[in-house]
Structures are given as C-alpha cells and as structure tokens.
Write a protein that binds this ligand. Structure first.
Ligand SMILES: Nc1ncnc2c1ncn2[C@@H]1O[C@H](COP(=O)(O)OP(=O)(O)OP(=O)(O)O)[C@@H](O)[C@H]1O
Ligand SMILES: [Mg+2]
Length: 624
C-alpha cells in the first residue's frame, strides 16, 4: 500500500478506535453499544457483517450483536468450543483469517446472509475478545471484494484486536452471554453499582499515548511482576494501579494502598510489617501489617521515592526474600503480594544524589508504566471533561451539561496539575452553575480563581508549593515537573504585559516549560498570573471585610483595559467615602473596566473576595 494511503488508513483506524471507545463508554445497554460499535466499523472501515459473540458459563459462544440481523435471529446462533471458525478462535485464543469463505470447509455459514455475493469474494477476519487474559468472546467481520482477497489482513487483525480489547474491558462479565437480554440489564446494573474504586472502565483514555498505556496495563495485569508507575502529580497513577489489580487474577483479593510519604519511618514500618503486642508503648495487641493484609492481592506503595534510606534497606529485604518479621516479633512471615509502586520523583536523580538505593530501584523497576502529563495527550481533555461532568451529575443526582465554548477553554489549558486539576476545575464550575449548564463564565480562570495561576505566582516568587512544584534547593530531587501553568484567557480578557520569566528550573530531565497553548507565554491575560497582585492570593477564602471597613485606595487607572493595577497606597479622588459594599463594588468594577483583579486591588480585597461579593450581591458582570 502506498505510504500516503497507509497513513490515511491509520488515521481512519485511530479515529475509529476513538469512536469505538466513546461508544463503549457512553451507553449502559450492552447489546445496543456493541451494535453501534459494529456499525462504526462498517461505516468507517468497510468492515461488514460484524459479529460479537460472548461466552456463557456453559462455554458456548452466543451471538450478542450483529450487523443486519434481528435480535430474534441472533438469539438462535451459537457455537461450541472448537466448532467452526468462530469456535476455533474461542478454543485457541488466536485470531483467524479466511481469505475466501467460499473455499473454506470449516466455514459453517450459520449466520447466513452471504448468498447474494455472486461474483464477490468474502473474507473473514476474527479475533478473540479477552478480559484479564481470558477469552470471553469473539469478534468477526467480513471483507467483501470484487477482485479477490485483498490481503491487508495483518493490519485488520491488529486493529480488530484493539477493538476487541476495548470490548473486553467493557464486558468483563464472564457469563454475560448466557441470556443476552437479561444480562444486558445485569450489565447495566453492574455498571451502575460498581464501586468507584476504579475498575478499568473508569479510566478515560482516547489519546494514542494513553491507549498505549492501557495496552501495557493489559499486558502486565495477568502476571505477578512488580510494576512501577511514574508520572507527574495527578496523572492517574493510583487509578492505573487499581486498574492493573482489577484486571489481574488477584482482583477478588484485597488491593491495599500505603502512602509512604505520609508516615514517619517508625510508623511506616509497623504499618507495613505489623507489630506484636508490647513491641512499643501503646502496642496493646498484635497488629497485622499491610503486607499481611494484602496477602493474595496487591500492595500499592504510593510515593515510594519518599521513603528514608533506612527504610529502603528494610523494604529491599522483603522484596528480595518475600518474607519479614513483625516489629517486635521473631516469627518470619511469608508473603504473597503483587507489588505496584508509584512515584512522581525523578528516581534516577535521587540515586545520583544518594537519596535512593540503586538496588531497590532495580527491584521495583521491573515493568515501568509512564503516565504522560495531560498536556501531552490533549485528545483526552474533552472525554475526561465530559466524564467528570457526568460523574458530578450522577453523584449529585442532577442534570449537568457543558457548553462547547467552555470545553474549548479547557482544551487550551496546559493543566500543570493534570487530570486532578481538570477534575477539580469541573467540580468547581459545576457548583457555580445555577441552571445545570457549565459555561465559560463558570470556569475558575474566568473568575480569576484558577489554582494554577496562583501557584504560578508562587513559583515565580521562587517558593515551592507542596508536591506540585519541583523543589528548588540545591541537591534537592526533582519531581516529574509540571508544565508551565497555562491558564486560558477568557474571550473578553484584556491584553496584558508579557509574563515575567519563570524561575529557571534546575538542569535535568523535564526542565523545559512547554508553552501555553492559550498564548500565555506571548502575552498572558491577567488571569495567567502576570497582572495579578505580586503578593500571592491566599488559597483559603478570607472573610469579607465589613462594608464600613476603610478600603485601601488607589488612583483611577488611565486605561481600564491595559493599565497595570494601580498601587494600593494612593487614594482615588472619586471613591465613595461611605456607602454599602455593593456601591463600592460597583464603583470599583466600573473604574477598572470590570476586571475583577483590578477592582480587588482598588478595594484592598482579594480577587476571590470580589468574586464572592459580586455573586452575593447578584451583580451581573459586564462583558466587553
Ligand atoms: N484517565 C483517567 N480517567 C478518569 N479519571 C482519571 C484519569 N486519570 C486520573 N483520573 C482522576 O484524577 C484524579 C487523580 O488521579 P490519581 O490520584 O490516580 O493521580 P496520581 O497520579 O496518583 O496523583 P498524585 O501523584 O498526586 O498522587 C483521581 O480522581 C482520578 O480518578
Ligand atoms: Mg497518587
């Protein structure tokens, strides 16, 4: 196939995978969902006569969804293990290709419908549908051609295997085919009732690099191998750890998480290994540690990069010998846990600084999964946003939608806090929405309440904030650094002076600050941080000043659009000396062209307080 044509086919395949993943994630009706998937295959890629069979508890394959067959006709069709081509796929767990069905003795034509082909040649491509490594069904399609078998079956098999994997993730109910119609209801209920504890279907991923992550998750899940998940804060490391567990043969045993950074060494030791009665003051009875509690299941050591060198040695021994003693005990306890570790630290750099043991690094770094930051998988932003909108609506028993314009704003942000920040942003916007619609105006960046923006000011002032900003001190170990906060400007935001240069990062991987898609690097809006007050805005809302409290005053700015906020020391001549806070708010907003940050400076308040007051007094914000 010529390069360009192959390229466009790959794009089409990628697009179809995107469609399929959206379809599978969107409906609760299994049969309906699968039929739509088959329709997408036929429409986008001319893969006709799609069939999805699922295995019942009696190990018989039943047709659950078919293109061009009624439910009644489909309900009659089944294949036993090894019977016909479809049964063979079930039996072997391997794909099958039949270039010309008319010449294939194994072909049973049980589903009929190929009689009208006359001169055309029908080829069949079939792949197993697997969940957690077990074959739970078969997906087949026909290729129809006037000119004989067309022979791109290798790429068809690869593509259909991806689709089958997605179907496998969605189905994950071994006996769903037993009574397709009743089980569609079971499926719906299971999907609704499933605990939030993140089965694989809750991982929203449509971008190619996240699909690759999910493929890795599928590959690694069935084994006991230790997995190290790496990625910036908020990229979904814990979610992926849970997904691996949920897809593994250990899924019915416990998944136990320990946040290694949260506990001092002595507590961590007793938490992980347990202790015997009397081991230390307050140890009034024997206590099982997390290694024991996770027996047969998965132990998730979160923030592993943060454990002390002393504790690293202790952990190493358990990992090497698969045994340990409780604190204060002498009995050796054997353990059978699958270990998953996660960190946002640059472990290699930590080893270089003598802060992390190389031998422990090699122990835990068996299979590594890198979670890309959200800014490197922009295609996920939309689906994730919709996912969080739907989640919020469901959790709060309400109807909630998001306007396309708001989604566009989200699409332009670089999300330094990654998926968690996006989730919080949507949640905040959802609470602002009074009519069940998230509009651009409801987004934090439009209200000057964006956390990234605030953090950016801390960063530009050289301070380190929690786990999000990399440490700056000499010899400190970098976290996998977040991107430069890129908070999109609202459509009406005035232009502002260029953003101050960020504090240079220590040399090393990831020190680059990707440019903000919204153009902040060129000339950010005030909400990007450049035109914010120099003093960081407190993250905790402050009580509003009493209306009678004297406001810090400032001269009237010469231009309401471009001027930097006036210094707080000077008094504007026409400021109302008295009057309600509402009056003063209106006055300040008018004076500053309805830019809340500027009005806040004028009044000696924080932007947040102004925003709150505007809402409190029902003052409609003018847009220019
Ligand atoms: N692909 C995804 N689909 C749906 N939700 C996601 C996805 N990735 C992350 N989330 C959600 O984002 C939030 C943060 O994810 P998680 O706690 O797994 O991140 P993390 O990498 O462990 O962060 P940290 O390093 O700060 O501990 C969670 O609420 C999680 O459910
Ligand atoms: Mg985490």
């Amino acid at each position: 196939m010529p390069g360009a044509m192959r390229q466009s086919t790959s794009n089409l395949e990628l697009l179809t995978i995107y469609e399929v993943s959206k379809i599978l994630g969107s409906s609760l009706d299994l049969q309906q969902t699968l039929r739509e998937v088959l329709r997408a295959l036929a429409y986008q890629l001319q893969m006709h006569r799609g069939r999805v069979y699922l295995v019942g508890e009696d190990n018989v394959l039943r047709l659950v969804a078919a293109n061009g067959l009624s439910n009644e006709a489909a309900a009659q069709i089944e294949f036993r293990d090894g019977e016909g081509i479809t049964g063979r796929i079930l039996k072997t767990g391997m794909p099958a290709v039949v270039p010309n069905l008319a010449e294939e003795p194994l072909f049973l034509n049980r589903t009929g419908g190929r009689e009208d082909l006359d001169e055309q040649v029908a080829s069949l491509v079939g792949v197993p549908i697997k969940a957690a490594g077990v074959v739970v069904g078969v997906l087949t399609i026909d290729r129809i051609s006037d000119e004989g078998p067309q022979g791109h079956f290798g790429s068809d098999v690869r593509f259909l295997t991806m689709v089958a994997n997605l179907i496998g993730q969605t189905v994950r109910l071994p006996h769903v085919a037993e009574e397709p119609l009743r089980d569609a209801e079971t499926f719906r209920m299971q999907k609704e009732l499933r605990p939030i504890a993140a089965p694989i279907n809750d991982v929203v991923c449509t971008s190619p690099n996240m699909l690759e992550v999910m493929a890795q998750v599928h590959r690694v899940a069935p084994f006991k191998s230790t997995v190290l998940i790496r990625g910036e804060s908020g990229t979904g490391k814990e979610l992926i750890a849970r997904a691996i567990h949920n897809m593994s043969p250990r899924k019915d045993a416990p998944f136990i998480r320990v946040n290694c950074a949260a506990l001092p060494e002595s507590l961590l030791e007793s938490e992980l290994f347990g202790h015997e009665k009397g081991a230390f003051t307050g140890a009034q009875k024997d206590h099982k540690g997390r290694f024991e509690l996770a027996s047969g299941g998965t132990l998730f050591l979160d923030e592993i990069g943060d454990i002390s060198p002393n504790f690293q040695a202790k952990l190493l021994r358990v990992l090497q010998e698969q045994e340990f003693e409780r604190v204060g005990g002498s009995k050796t306890i054997k353990t059978d846990v699958r270990l998953i570790c996660a960190t946002n630290l640059n472990l290699e750099e930590a080893i270089g600084h003598g802060k992390f043991r190389a031998d422990l690094y090699f122990r835990i770094n068996v299979v590594t999964i890198h979670l890309p930051p959200l800014r490197e998988r922009r295609q996920d932003i939309g689906p994730l946003a919709r996912h969080f909108v739907a989640k919020f609506a469901k959790d709060n028993g309400m109807t909630l939608v998001m306007e396309d314009e708001a989604l566009e704003v989200l699409n332009r942000c670089t999300w330094p806090g990654n998926v968690r920040e996006l989730e919080n942003c949507i949640e905040r916007a959802a609470t602002q929405s009074r009519d069940g619609i998230i509009r651009t105006e409801s987004l934090s960046c439009s209200l000057n309440l964006c956390n990234s923006s605030v953090l950016f000011q801390y960063r530009t002032l050289g301070a380190s904030v929690g786990g999000l900003a990399p440490s700056m001190g000499p010899g400190s170990v970098n976290r996998v650094p977040p991107g430069r906060p890129g908070v999109p400007a609202p459509a009406n935001a005035p232009k502002a002076p260029a953003m101050p240069a960020p504090v240079p990062e220590p040399a090393g991987a990831g020190s680059a600050w990707p440019a903000c898609a919204s153009g902040c690097s060129a000339g950010p809006s005030p909400v990007c941080g450049a035109a914010q007050p120099a003093v960081p805005v407190p993250l905790i809302p402050l009580p509003l000043p009493e209306p009678s409290a004297p406001a810090a005053a400032a001269p009237a700015p010469t231009s309401v659009t471009n001027a930097a906020p006036p210094p707080a020391a000077e008094v504007p001549l026409d400021e109302p000396e008295s009057g309600s806070l509402r009056d003063r708010l209106l006055w300040a907003m008018e004076r500053t062209g309805w830019v809340q940050a500027k009005a806040a400076r004028l009044l000696g308040m924080t932007t947040r307080q102004v925003s709150y007051a505007l809402r409190k007094y029902n003052i409609e914000i003018k847009r220019f």
